[in-house]
Design a protein around this ligand. Structure first.
Ligand code: SAH
Length: 250
């Protein structure tokens, strides 16, 4: 986790008090990067009063004219939405959002974008988001105050770093690149032998399968199960590269 890489972006905030309160919310959770897109006002007495001990965060806030500029260098952009949206964008629970942000912050800047008080984020802003986060508040009234929403999300990011709340250690070490290469060779032999993969017309099949399996980030036990499945379906196909039964075969 790299807190300096996590950017809290307020899109067109209209109430200076909310901007100050958001600065305080992020500082109390160990963050420092506040970004304002087209704010109604920047340095306002009410914003300063509400920032309280987080004046440094408020004063260091960057200001952009549009959202595209504010998130241009980010590898992950998550939009906070008070409503469920049916737009084909993944909607994350704040806890899952926190995990993804923590992971991505190690490799580069990450943004969490909060909408304007009255109308939230419009489709044009959502177009720039990789995913949404929704705080599952009371379904009858789920729209939090802007700074309160920032506080909840920032808290989740902090909680995700606490050892007690961290994800438990994996049961098995991750499959290595070498393990995966042996698996792909085995899979390819079985697919060729079965006729499903036609060497005259491979249609990128192996590349697609690689993408599919690489996305799941298999651990060694899971990989061994798949090798076992291939060996069981096509006896003799795996002996060049595989030497045993799955670690946790039933
Ligand atoms: N009336 C607006 C809500 C604006 S509240 C609407 O219906 O969209 C201002 C911002 O606070 C929202 O755009 C969102 O970024 C954040 N927010 C408020 N409630 C939230 C919730 N339950 N989950 C996630 N973000 C929320």
């Amino acid at each position: 986790m790299n807190p300096a890489a996590v950017r809290f972006v307020l899109f067109e905030p209209t109430h200076p008090g909310n901007v100050g309160a958001a600065a305080r919310a992020i500082k109390t959770m160990g963050f420092e990067r506040l970004v304002l897109v087209n704010p109604a006002t920047c340095q306002d007495p009410e914003a300063r009063a509400r920032a309280s001990g987080a004046l440094d965060v408020l004063e260091a806030a960057s200001v952009y004219q549009d959202l595209a500029g504010a998130v241009a260098d980010c590898g992950l952009v998550i939009g906070a939405s008070a409503r469920h949206r049916r737009l084909g964008i993944a909607e994350l629970h704040p806890r899952d959002c926190a995990r993804q942000v923590l992971e991505a912050s190690v490799t580069g800047p990450v943004a969490i974008v909060f909408g304007t008080e009255r109308s939230g984020l419009s489709n044009a802003e959502l177009d720039l988001c990789h995913a949404l986060v929704h705080i599952p508040a009371h379904p009858g009234y789920s729209s939090l105050n802007l700074a309160a929403a920032v506080q909840v999300i920032a808290w989740e990011l902090r909680a995700a770093q606490e050892p007690g709340l961290d994800t438990p250690p994996p049961e098995a070490p991750p499959a290595t690149v070498q393990d995966m290469e042996l698996f792909y060779e085995h899979l390819e032999r079985v697919l060729l032998a079965s006729g499903f993969l036609d060497s005259a017309n491979p249609r990128n099949l192996m590349r697609r399968l690689r993408r599919l399996f690489n996305r799941t980030r298999l651990d060694r036990n899971e990989l061994n199960i798949l090798r076992g499945v291939l060996a069981a379906l096509a006896p003799g196909s795996g002996e060049r590269a595989w030497d045993g039964r799955p670690n946790d075969a039933p």
